[in-house]
Design a binder for this molecule. Structure first.
Ligand SMILES: Nc1ncnc2c1ncn2[C@@H]1O[C@H](COP(=O)(O)OP(=O)(O)OP(=O)(O)O)[C@@H](O)[C@H]1O
Length: 300
């Protein structure tokens, strides 16, 4: 069972009220001689979207897998909803695991099951006594909540576009009404319009369902648009956790290259333009949008 900060066990329908639903302390992960994390610390605040960034192979997915218990760390401790997930009893763990949902890279849907059946998998696992009719109804609701048309319930993953597959994976992640949502590169492989739509969906779900979101991404637009804070993994640790504007002030080579490189600056300009467009009734904003929207001299 999950626990509140005083160590009291939470009832099945009671929400976690502590400040930090995820606390990682002194985490070390090694594969043979390869040390991926060394003494890594991270605290995720309740109700935030935390972006997790870092170069390829810095261990973002390994960190997520460690938190959800799929990767046994070499050392350190991880608490989710106030309860250590390291070496805990799988039976007792159910009270923690049914409070999170995970969207893996690529969706990880079962190809032989329809979208609706995929969403029903965790429902069957955690609530085996639910009547099939009610289970179908819950699955249908989650599919629609994830922005898919109702007809998608009966489709197989192979019949869906990349964006629809992500939404179907999200519907499954939401099956158990989680308080915590893990997203591993949700916008990878989507076109910019599909990616922006998925970002907005994530933000709406966070706000309406009161979710805490752990979001691994390389997508600078996602970081600027929807993340409350961003954790940067480098040198086997979380070297900074802060808002994007505050990270921009840090004098760290990778952070500067990432956020202040050409793609980082383009994402920043796009966000500034969006912000200005919300104030078009003010002449100074309208003027700035007009000037910034113009292509640079010499370019068509
Ligand atoms: N089960 C495993 N056995 C051996 N090595 C592993 C295992 N899982 C991950 N690794 C290694 O750990 C390192 C970190 O992998 P991880 O997938 O977490 O990186 P990442 O930051 O998510 O990268 P990317 O941005 O490319 O997805 C990689 O070098 C990977 O090869």
């Amino acid at each position: 069972m999950a626990q509140d900060e005083a160590g009291r066990e939470l009832g099945r329908h009671e929400r976690y009220r502590g400040d930090y639903p995820i606390v990682v302390e002194g985490l070390t992960n090694a594969f043979g001689d390869q040390v991926v994390h060394q003494d890594l610390d991270l605290k995720v605040r309740r109700g935030e979207i935390l972006g997790v960034v870092g170069g390829s192979g810095t261990g973002k997915s390994v960190l997520m897998r460690s938190i959800i218990g799929l990767q046994h760390p070499t050392a350190g401790d991880i608490s989710v909803f106030g309860r250590s997930t390291i070496d805990s009893d799988p039976e007792v763990d159910i009270g923690v695991r049914n409070r999170w949902g995970v969207l893996f890279q690529g969706g990880a849907l079962f190809s032989t099951l329809t979208v609706g059946e995929n969403v029903e998998v965790p429902l069957k696992q955690f609530y085996p006594d639910i009547e099939p009719e009610l289970r179908h109804e819950i699955a249908r609701y989650k599919v629609v909540l994830s922005g898919l048309p109702e007809e998608a319930v009966g489709k197989y993953p192979s019949e869906l576009s990349g964006g629809m597959k992500k939404r179907a994976g999200l519907a499954r992640a939401l099956a158990l009404d989680p308080e915590l949502l893990f997203l591993d590169e949700p916008t990878a492989g989507l076109d910019p319009i599909g990616a922006a739509a998925f970002d907005q969906l994530t933000l709406e779900l966070k706000e309406t369902l009161g979710l805490t979101v752990f979001l691994i991404t390389h997508d600078l637009d996602t970081l600027h648009e929807i993340c409350d804070r961003v954790a940067v993994i480098a040198d086997k640790k979380v070297i900074a956790v802060d808002t994007v504007p505050n990270l921009l002030d840090l004098d760290h080579e990778w952070i500067q290259q990432y956020f202040n490189g050409p793609r980082g600056r383009a994402a920043l300009t796009a966000q500034a333009l969006d912000e200005l467009r919300r104030h078009m009734d003010e002449p100074v904003a309208a003027h700035a949008v007009k000037a910034l929207d113009k292509p640079p001299a010499g370019k068509a």
